[in-house]
Design a protein around this ligand. Structure first.
Ligand SMILES: Cc1ncc(COP(=O)(O)O)c(C=O)c1O
Length: 444
């Protein structure tokens, strides 16, 4: 039997007039915040964090009554995802810089990055003294292997593949290509904790994988990150680099004796309080991602076949974590109208949230929106790394809008809906109803 509420929503749909044109909105209550992990913060986080405080031992390597939160977090992570090594760090941005140094990337090297990414990806390359080379994306909104193959050159050392918006793209093909060509592969899994591709967890395809636990991510400790790898020697470098440039003894003291590991560290150790919170969140991650995945795919199925509305290609839906619904519309004007009309129907979060956006509004996720890249800015007076003689090969590289046609089209015509991890059945129904209504009014 239909509830009175459903019937009235259908009437509004039948009436057809969009809220943006003065019709009745599908809903008026804000959707929940995006920020997946935050909805699940509770007693478990409090209990583990409190343990660290009561033990007065917030430093991971030694202290009066070490609780081993970061150690436990890393161990449970390895068991959950099958990474041989895992190291908690202070952020995803730090993790990317550590990855570059661990692979000895520097002047004279070029690192391939997709044009849909996050500013940290580029900053890690530039801060290492290397050159970012832009690669287009495909219908997965991730790196396009064909454009990668076209652009590979004599200076290419590594590929930084970014699993954007909760799911990987053609990572199997990219990993095979890197192996065949002897290129290092770094997987940026910051937005895809818990994701997999055909049964293999992200972060296991490349030489190094990195994750972020910042507030917007699938699990959160406010700040935090993880570096994973399979190789023992590489991992020793990673451990030294995240700290002060040296490994530690079993007593947690710096060990300067190994001539192979005397490096320059970045001071990105994970705090025990962070470790405690991240541990509690890791234990909830499967429930968080399954809530988002289920809501997102119910919405997708309700909209399947809608003329003018295309969804991001997800090659392995079972490995998607679900925090974003990415769409593309026939043109830029329709994308803008579609999003404005959806917001008017009440498909919006509380003030300050970014629930429903055009891709134009998605800031530093697009290469051409990053002024320090477009303008080749430097942190030092000599213009490093752009002016380094070993980087002269890149003098004509262009980072302005227009150099990646696939990316530019999805940037102009794309739209995004965040999928909160706490959506009720009614929220999912409202989103589907509003999208059908707006699609009928705007796209047909
Ligand atoms: C793709 C990607 N890489 C790296 C990062 C950096 O992570 P963090 O904010 O923890 O430094 C983020 C998150 O903001 C991201 O989305």
């Amino acid at each position: 039997m239909r509830s009175a509420d459903t019937a009235s929503k259908d009437t509004r749909l039948d009436d057809g007039r969009l809220a943006i044109d003065g019709g009745t909105p599908v809903r008026t209550r804000p959707l929940p915040w995006e920020l997946p992990g935050t909805h699940w913060i509770g007693e478990e986080e409090r209990e583990l964090v409190e343990r660290v405080i009561l033990a007065r031992s917030p430093f991971r390597f030694y202290g009066p009554d070490l609780q081993g939160m970061v150690d436990t977090f890393e161990n449970e992570w390895k068991t959950a995802f099958g990474h041989r090594h895992a190291l908690g760090v202070s952020s995803g941005t730090a993790a990317l810089s550590i990855a570059m140094s661990a692979l000895e990337i520097g002047p004279g090297d070029e690192v391939m990055v997709p044009g849909y990414l996050w500013v940290s990806c580029v900053s890690a390359i530039v801060r290492a003294g290397a050159i970012p080379r832009l690669v287009d994306i495909d219908d997965t909104f991730c790196l396009d292997p064909e454009d990668l193959e076209r652009k590979i050159g004599p200076h290419t050392r590594a590929v930084l593949c970014v699993h954007m918006s909760g799911a990987p793209g053609r990572i199997d093909r990219i990993a095979r290509f890197c192996r065949d060509r002897g290129l290092a592969l770094i997987e940026d899994c910051a937005q895809a904790a818990g994701a997999s591709f055909n049964g293999t967890s992200v972060g296991r395809f490349g030489d190094i994988g990195i994750f972020s636990f910042q507030l917007n991510k699938n699990m959160t400790s406010g700040e935090g990150g993880m570096v994973v790898c399979q190789d023992d020697t590489l991992f020793r470098r990673i451990v030294a680099l995240h700290d002060l440039g040296y490994p530690r003894t079993s007593a947690g003291r710096l060990d300067t004796n190994d001539p192979n590991i005397q490096l320059w560290g970045v001071g990105a150790r994970m705090h025990e309080l962070t470790g405690a919170m991240a541990l509690a969140q890791l234990r909830k991650l499967p429930r968080v991602t399954s809530a988002m995945r289920s809501a997102k795919w119910r919405i997708r199925e309700a909209l399947e076949g809608t003329p003018g509305l295309a969804f991001r290609r997800i090659l392995d839906p079972g490995g998607d974590t679900g925090p974003f619904l990415l769409m593309s519309l026939p043109d830029e004007a329709l994308a803008a109208r579609f999003v404005s009309a959806l917001r008017a129907e009440g498909i919006a979060g509380p003030a300050g949230s970014l629930a429903c956006l055009t891709m134009r509004e998605w800031g530093l996720h697009w290469y051409s929106n990053i002024p320090s890249l477009v303008n080749r800015r430097s942190n030092s007076r000599d213009g490093h790394p752009w002016t380094h003689p070993a980087n002269a090969f890149a003098k004509d590289y262009d980072y302005r809008a227009g150099v990646l046609p696939g990316c530019d089209a999805l940037h102009a015509n794309g739209a995004l809906l965040t999928i909160a991890s706490s959506l009720s059945d009614e929220d999912v129904e409202d989103i589907s109803t509003a999208m059908r209504k707006v699609a009928a009014g705007v796209l047909s």
